[in-house]
Design a protein around this ligand. Structure first.
Ligand code: SAH
Length: 344
């Protein structure tokens, strides 16, 4: 059975034609799915009861169920745990900034990239999310909060470039003028650096921002933190970033999680500035979120600031990521983990 919310408008026209339905019905249904964010066929009140029944019998309408919502008392950030139709659990985060509301979504259930400090990867990959399941995280949060999402970061659990086709389709759907009509410029996708997919993404004609999880300025340190660095060298990953910038004109964002005693020395900061050189880019420093399964820690706040100052002195744009929702759970993927563990 076809998952209607994962179909483009032309695919939806085809699907309905094969059920003997006219084109304008597809336009109506598409609007229900992506503008009104319908959770059931019964909400589609301009369709006949007969057609609604036919849709129920022959198609799938994927909706996510919020099973837990935690609200930060500090900054109003909300963390959502959603149940997928097959019972899997994922997490998403809603953050309010002065420039607007941002949502961080997951792209997979679990992850197989194995980054040493990340909670999402501890139990490996379960499966990639469907386009509808990525969209639903945003739609459900808009419905829950009653507010429009202004920007989306694909930085939750999973590696989006390891679920490439579904991720690209998600972007095409959410940016469709006839659908939810979010600007491509309001979307950032983060990757640990799957080089072939980064080249492919540059050719898709999307105007999204690419963020690369760099986390080290030399291959040896990067390999200690990220298994993917055994496959692609820094030189190869940076060449893929440069290509993305050349093809799309979008400035690359580099994420650098500071792990105390591993990659956070001031010499490391100088080496990072030298590595990035004259690139038109931005560095996002993330003091590592300790997870209980690993013994990584973060340095003192002053050390993080000193690291940032070295970058800036060397002409590299850098910010320290503001920690949102500190009181409602630690690192990425930890909320889902603690929920699953408390269940068993
Ligand atoms: N798979 C994508 C998205 C991952 S999450 C990627 O690797 O980029 C977004 C960012 O958070 C990545 O840079 C990731 O390395 C980082 N991250 C994950 N766990 C973290 C932790 N415990 N502390 C700090 N940063 C973390």
């Amino acid at each position: 059975m076809q998952d209607l919310r994962s179909l483009t408008q032309s695919e939806l026209v085809e699907a309905l034609a094969s059920m003997g339905e006219k084109k304008f019905r597809a336009a109506q249904i598409y609007q229900w799915l992506h503008v009104h964010m319908a959770d059931s066929f019964d909400e589609m009140t301009n369709l006949s009861a007969v057609l609604r029944q036919k849709l129920k019998d022959q198609c799938r309408l994927i909706t996510l169920k919020p099973v837990k919502v935690l609200t930060s008392q500090i900054d109003g950030t909300k963390k959502f745990l959603f149940e997928l139709p097959d019972g899997n659990i994922i997490e998403s985060v809603w953050m309010q900034y002065h420039h607007g509301n941002s949502v961080c979504i997951s792209s997979q259930v679990g992850c197989r990239m194995g980054c040493r400090f990340c909670a999402s990867t501890l139990d490996g990959l379960v499966r990639g999310l469907e386009p509808s399941e990525m969209l639903q995280q945003i739609y459900q949060i808009e419905k829950y909060t009653g507010q429009r999402v202004d920007s989306v970061v694909v930085m939750g659990s999973g590696e989006p470039m390891d679920n490439y086709d579904n991720f690209v389709k998600f972007v095409r759907l959410i940016t469709d003028e006839k659908g939810h009509n979010l600007s491509g410029r309001a979307i950032t996708v983060s990757t640990c650096g799957l080089v072939p997919q980064m080249y492919k993404l540059a050719e898709e004609g999307l105007s999204i921002t690419l963020a690369l999880s760099l986390h080290a300025s030399d291959d040896e340190t990067r390999r200690q933190l990220m298994p993917i660095a055994n496959k692609y060298s820094l030189q190869e990953v940076l060449a893929a970033c440069d290509n993305y910038f050349e093809k799309t004109g979008r400035r690359i964002s580099f994420e650098y999680s500071l792990v105390h005693g591993v990659n956070d020395t001031l010499e490391g900061a100088k080496a990072l500035a030298a590595l990035l050189g004259k690139r038109n880019c931005h560095v996002n420093l993330i003091p590592v979120n300790p997870i209980k399964e690993r013994d990584f820690t973060r340095g003192a706040r002053e050390e993080t600031i000193a690291f940032k100052n070295v970058l800036e002195k060397n002409g590299i744009n850098a910010t320290i990521r503001r920690e949102m929702g500190r009181d409602i759970d630690g690192a990425c993927g930890q909320l889902r983990r603690s929920y699953l563990q408390s269940d068993t």
